[in-house]
Write a protein that binds this ligand. Structure first.
Ligand SMILES: Cc1ncc(COP(=O)(O)O)c(C=O)c1O
Length: 400
């Protein structure tokens, strides 16, 4: 008898980050004062001028219709212009595909590039969605594991050690979710040249491009390494830059054949992105970057507070992230210790204990391919952040 759920879909795991968030929200709804460090979204509202553009569009029957599957022509052009402005990467609007968030761009990029057995190099810790998108496309993920000693940056030597004759794609993510690592320009160039030399494709996720701190700078591998030629696919979106996670607008930029094939896929899967949301995204990418600059300043302040407070906890080692809005401390030294009558052996068990005992939600490293760590988002209000980390300090200092 055939099984009710296909093997392909049964193999997909629940998003661990969304699961933690859901559990924390359920506890909150039940009246418990949970502080959630799980969510991967800015706590700011979408800027007013973007919302206004959407309200106007919603009133205009022209925007009640389907758009071309690839997106509104003016939005594709604005994305091409924005990419030149922010990444120095020149691209024709015909090579932009507007997607339902960066997530759909990730999914479609792998679905379009991979045949069964094709290998993808993925630097761990990695964002939870990548493995599922690769797996669904029949690809084989090959992990390149990094840790806090290199600031979670992979070297060319590590990548080369993982390369085989089946390697087709390098997934490159900087700034990184979950670690906040940002590759310096020289390392971006070295990695890109190495990929070009071996004829690899590079899928580069640039969704956190505008969230970098201190002296760190975002470098687009597509621009820094012209030798990659037409083997680069850029994934990006408005979610993180303009606090627009709920609007679901992202994009994929690639060579014409990839964009055409991915558009065919999308045309049957989801057609176009909501017309009204596309108009909102148009206002966002055509506008300036002052809103993200204000958010960036707030995130930078919270980042410093969080790193300092976490490092005050014995057994927690928190490197200073340079981008995105996450910290990724090691909690290995706490595992196996006694805490409130229990002895958590894994970061997942410790995260569960913390949620129950301190009413603080963190995402365990198991979700990102590296047990022994936590990911904490600092995209939440300053007071909640201090209260949440204070609770962690209090609880975790009891470990013996
Ligand atoms: C690294 C990375 N890429 C892409 C996305 C996709 O974002 P969205 O689908 O909301 O545009 C996210 C969201 O968490 C992310 O962290």
């Amino acid at each position: 008898m055939s099984s009710r759920i296909s093997a392909r879909i049964s193999a997909i795991s629940e998003s661990a980050t969304l699961a933690v968030d859901a559990k924390a929200k359920a506890m909150k709804a039940a009246g418990r004062p949970v502080i959630g460090f799980g969510a991967g979204e800015p706590d700011f509202p979408t800027p007013g001028y973007i919302v206004e553009a959407a309200v106007e569009a919603a009133r205009d029957p022209r925007f009640h219709k389907y758009t071309p599957a690839g997106g509104l022509p003016e939005l594709r052009q604005a994305i091409a212009d924005k990419t030149l402005r922010d990444s120095g990467y020149q691209v024709d609007a015909s090579r932009v595909l507007v997607t339902n968030g960066g997530k759909q761009a990730v999914y479609q990029a792998f679905a379009t590039l991979l045949d069964p057995g094709d290998e993808v190099l993925v630097v761990a810790p990695y964002w939870t969605t990548y493995p599922e998108a690769i797996k669904l496309a029949g690809g084989v993920q090959v992990d390149v594991v990094t840790d806090e000693t290199t600031g979670y940056l992979a070297s060319v030597e590590q990548l080369e050690a993982a390369r085989t004759e089946r390697t087709k794609v390098l997934l490159f993510v900087s700034p990184s979710n979950p670690t906040g690592a940002v590759y310096p320009r020289e390392q971006v160039e070295a990695i890109g040249r190495w990929a070009a030399e071996h004829g690899l494709w590079v899928v580069t996720d640039e969704i956190y491009e505008h969230l970098v701190y201190g002296g760190a700078e975002f470098t687009s591998i597509a621009t820094a390494v012209p030798e990659l030629g037409d083997r680069v696919v850029i994934v990006n979106g408005v979610a993180k830059t303009y606090a627009m996670t709920g609007w679901r607008v992202g994009w994929l930029i690639g060579p014409s054949d990839v964009v055409k094939a991915a558009t065919n896929l999308q045309s049957h899967a989801t057609s176009n992105v909501s017309n009204v949301a596309q108009v909102a995204a148009l206002a966002a990418v055509k506008g300036d970057l002052s809103a993200v600059e204000r958010m960036r300043e707030a995130f930078d302040r919270r980042r410093k507070t969080m790193v300092r407070m976490l490092n005050e906890i014995p057994g927690v080692l928190c490197p200073e992230p340079q981008g995105a809005f996450y910290v990724y401390p090691s909690v290995k030294a706490l595992l196996g210790k006694e805490l409130r009558g229990r002895r958590p052996q894994t970061s997942a068990e410790l995260a569960e204990l913390i949620l129950e005992e301190a009413e603080v939600a963190v995402v365990p490293g198991e979700a990102f391919g590296t047990p022994g760590y936590f990911r904490l988002s600092y995209a939440l209000g300053d007071d909640d952040l201090v209260e949440g980390v204070s609770r962690l300090q209090k609880l975790l200092s009891e470990a013996v």
